[in-house]
Design a protein around this ligand. Structure first.
Ligand code: AMP
Ligand code: MG
Length: 415
């Protein structure tokens, strides 16, 4: 077994993220279930969804006005004979001959013989005559049948996240139930002699276990099923038992006990399993001591079980979940891999910091419409849960910047 020093593998943020994405790319979800359409919101689709007919099923008018033959509207003004009215929901029974027009509403089927719709704004109607004052080309203001989707075309693929737009697609093709991937089970083990359950009155020297709950919330929001295991004392025996229990799940998250202190035992106990460590630190703040690795699974054929040792400071736990644990969990939930994308906003007030680490600091995005601006939340460091709750994003500070002026564009990670 390698010694502690041999195990030390501290990567840049980007390299650490890359390692997680690469491991995640080999993971597959564990099962499937059929759900009612609305119950599938936020889950991952496990089957393709096909168009059951052309969309639109008929050539659709996209404006209120008159269906015409473009060739009749070359000399202006053009006077045409109105032969009827077509509303959304009308059956397409009319047929236009040369010199004719039909009043038509948005969403209605364009009649045979017509090849364009003139907007009502460019027309004036007297009895059964309409005068058209603006020229038009064939195809204007019409979506041809099948232009959005052809019958049997694949509209959603396995691995798609079922958000409201995907739910709209499924409903539009008449799917009231969808096959989704089973939720991965994620075990959570909080560690620390000072940590107590939230339903126990804490002694003055004790700290309530908030990390298991913030993690459970993040897991749920990512489509996983959290399993809260008992709090592990800083004792190798007990830790070993709980870690072994945790490996029954699809993924194990530990919090605390990964720093350099005498009672930070998580890495040591994992190493004895034995575990393979991909990294034991990342050049970030908060969250520098984050650990990622795997053990050989007990199943046959053996599927490796992955774990993260997340630092115990509550904001570090939250941030390292978002940066590293989330892509692995998404892969176990069957989602197509996504890259981490930072948005940009203007900095509201100057930042001074020590270069060297990539920082993800609690921040508040405000402003309105195109004028987004972001500023750091005042905080007491990565133990400051109350500050984290006042933030709505993380401001990303590159490791080479010691000072950033107000008004500069900065990167941020939305929460
Ligand atoms: P550690 O990473 O174990 O050195 O813990 C770092 C800091 O985070 C200490 O102040 C701990 O009390 C605190 N902490 C560790 N685990 C938890 C937890 N589960 N809930 C809240 N705070 C924690
Ligand atoms: Mg601890």
């Amino acid at each position: 077994m390698p010694s502690g020093a041999d195990r030390a593998k501290v990567l840049s943020f980007e390299d650490a993220r890359q390692v997680v994405e690469e491991q995640a790319s080999h993971l597959r979800p564990q099962g499937k279930e059929l759900l009612e359409l609305l119950d599938s919101l936020g889950r991952t689709l496990a089957e393709p969804v096909f168009a059951d007919r052309n969309s639109p099923p008929f050539p659709r008018a996209t404006r209120d006005g008159y269906a015409v033959r473009a060739a009749d509207v070359t000399a202006l003004p053009a006077i045409l004979q109105v032969i009827g009215e077509i509303r959304a929901g009308s059956e397409a029974s009319l047929k236009l001959e040369a010199g004719q027009a039909a009043a038509i509403m948005t969403g209605a089927p364009v009649p045979r013989g017509a090849d364009a719709v003139v907007m009502v704004e460019y027309t004036s109607r007297t009895g059964d005559r309409v005068e058209i004052s603006k020229g038009i080309s064939a195809g204007d203001n019409i979506v041809p049948a099948g232009a959005e989707a052809k019958r049997a075309e694949r509209l959603l693929s396995p691995g798609s996240l079922l958000d409201y737009a995907a739910i709209a697609v499924a409903s539009s093709v008449g799917r009231s139930r969808l096959l989704v991937y089973a939720k991965p089970r994620v075990a959570i083990v909080a560690t620390g002699d000072e940590i107590v359950d939230i339903d126990v009155p804490p002694a003055p020297h004790q700290i309530r276990n908030s990390n298991s709950y913030s993690l459970a919330a993040q897991i749920q929001a990512t489509g996983g099923d959290p399993m809260l295991l008992p709090i592990a004392r800083d004792d190798p025996e007990r830790l070993r038992e709980l870690i072994a229990d945790g490996f029954e799940a699809d993924l194990l998250l530990l919090t605390g006990g990964v720093s350099m202190g005498k009672y930070d035992l998580v890495e040591q106990v994992l190493a004895e399993f034995p575990a393979e460590f991909f990294f034991t630190g990342a050049q970030i703040q908060p969250g520098r001591p984050v650990v990622f690795g795997r053990v050989a699974g007990a199943s046959s054929p053996p599927e490796p079980k992955y774990f993260f040792g997340l630092p115990g400071n509550p904001v570090s736990t939250m941030v390292t979940f978002e940066l590293f644990a989330r892509p692995l969990l998404e892969a176990l939930a069957g989602m197509q891999p996504r890259k981490l994308i930072f948005l940009h906003a203007r900095l509201k007030s100057e930042i001074k910091t020590k270069p060297g680490l990539k920082r993800f600091l609690p921040a508040q995005l405000s402003g309105e419409f195109e004028n987004a601006e972001v500023e750091l939340i005042r905080w007491q460091g990565s133990g400051d849960i109350a500050a984290a709750a006042r933030a709505n994003c993380y401001l990303v500070i590159p490791p080479d910047r010691g000072q950033i002026a107000a008004g500069e564009w900065v990167s941020l990670l939305m929460r």
